[in-house]
Ligand binder design. Sequence first.
Ligand SMILES: Cc1ncc(COP(=O)(O)O)c(C=O)c1O
Length: 277
Amino acid sequence: MLSCLKEQKVFIPAYTCKAVVEAVKLAGKSLEFVEIEDDGFNVDCEDLRGRLDSDSVLLITHQFGFCAKVDQLMEMAFEAGAVVLEDAAASFGSKFQARLTGTFGQAGFFSFDSTKRLNAPLKGGFLIFNDEDLYNKAKSYIEENLSEAPFLKKLYFFFLGLCLCIINYKILYPIFHWFKFKRKNHFTDESFPSSNELNHFYKYKLTEFQANIIIKQLDNIDLILKRNKQIWDSYSLGLKNLHNIIRLRPLGLTKCPFAFPLGFRAISFCFIRNALG
Ligand SMILES: Cc1ncc(COP(=O)(O)O)c(C=O)c1O
């Protein structure tokens, strides 16, 4: 989507997923980081104030299913003549003032990554548009750059997807985590790709087996959202006595919590450096 826009500066939250940084770099645009809110993970409106212009794209991220301050951000972007794209990768089903996230900007994108509310498994996602010109450009871009995966590749994706489901089991996950991260003193995989070469997830369309899994989940979306909410409530209850060390965002700000983010007040800098590898 970014490759289809002429604007050169892309404003993203300082706390985001590495795929977003990767996308901005791959599109050859310049990155402008915006500080995040004190009590959340989305863009802080005060830090953004006065920085947007008509050469800007504002990426409004709704991290972990928590809505950004869409009304204020849209107003700032409108006044500056900036394009708004919504990163709704992690906010499928979340609403801001009764309107679904992803539907406010010129376009929005959603993720079917294995860690998300709807998951393929492996990779996948979809785009939605309010701007017909951008829609046509993005469609042509996809048709030129993405193809159907060859049979062996589909088989490989199927196998990888199966492995991902299996390692989610309680006993297996710690073993996987130790092998992939802990033994290298990493907490998660946040290394930046060393070349501009696109990996296979960028090259192929969603396979049929992934699409079938997504359709099934869409049929059960109300149940999935309800379950997310129950999990949130049980974590909240279990952790309620730890208020002085954990920063929790009030649930009232979203109808659709997706994950349970925690903020620690006295974490050592050394740990964070290790976590980022
Ligand atoms: C806020 C946000 N944006 C974008 C992405 C990237 O999505 P994908 O993994 O489908 O490329 C993620 C994934 O974790 C995310 O959390």
